[in-house]
Ligand binder design. Structure first.
Ligand SMILES: [Zn+2]
Length: 221
């Protein structure tokens, strides 16, 4: 994989001089990291700008390039990668021109970020609140049976803290939120089926967010 500067030059040249074979070959390498489908997202080994060797480009810079060069299939992910860092990053005025978003792209990215943040908070909140009452666990030793169990409230608090933290700056809605990671593993004592149910629920939230990206970032219709 080339560094970002080399990649952009090759991409521009192959577009300008109409060299579709070389263009699609260089794009192939990158598009794994800017997947077009949810399955692609799950199976991608390295998402976003980290795919480039050398200095990692700012996500705004990648977004600008993909918009200019009409790399349409990569745009939902490129918008997400720029938006997930939050408003300060999107509007950063200290960045070089190549990483400064033009007003129209900035407007679309900001609007999309706000909708994703709201969706993330709302859906994960439902997931937490719904996990106790609506589907009680059958295992007698599982703390999720008892929503007043301090371990359960503590686990929920940790999830809410993590979300609030990401909401201040951006969104993490497409990232795996593992209950085991958030709560520090077995200490909480949720049974396997509760952990699985939570993780399946959160995977649905990710999938829903993924499905919203093209519409949010003005790439549909
Ligand atoms: Zn359970």
């Amino acid at each position: 994989m080339p560094d970002f500067t080399t990649f952009s030059s090759i991409l521009r040249v192959t577009t300008k001089y109409e060299m579709p074979a070389i263009r699609s070959r260089i794009l192939d390498v990158v598009l794994d990291s800017y997947p077009e489908t949810f399955d692609g997202l799950i199976s991608s080994k390295r998402l976003g700008e980290k795919i480039f060797s050398g200095p990692t480009p700012h996500p705004n810079e990648v977004l600008n390039l993909f918009v200019q060069q009409k790399v349409v299939s990569a745009l939902p992910m490129a918008y997400y990668m720029a938006a997930r860092r939050g408003l300060d990053s999107l509007m950063d005025t200290r960045l070089p021109t190549s990483a400064t978003l033009p007003p129209e792209i900035l407007r679309v990215a900001m609007k999309g970020l706000l909708v994703l943040r709201e969706m993330e908070l709302k859906e994960v909140y439902h997931l937490i609140v719904g996990s106790g009452g609506s589907r009680p666990c059958s295992r007698p030793d599982c703390p999720s049976r008892n929503t007043t169990d301090p371990r359960v409230s503590e686990a929920h608090q940790k999830i809410v803290d993590r979300l609030a933290d990401s909401a201040r700056s951006g969104t993490k809605v497409l990232e795996v939120l593992s209950l085991t990671d958030v709560c520090g593993g077995d200490e909480v004592g949720f049974c396997d089926s509760c952990v699985e149910a939570w993780e399946a629920g959160h995977a649905d939230v990710r999938k829903k967010a993924w499905g919203m990206l093209p519409g949010l970032f003005g790439l549909k219709g």
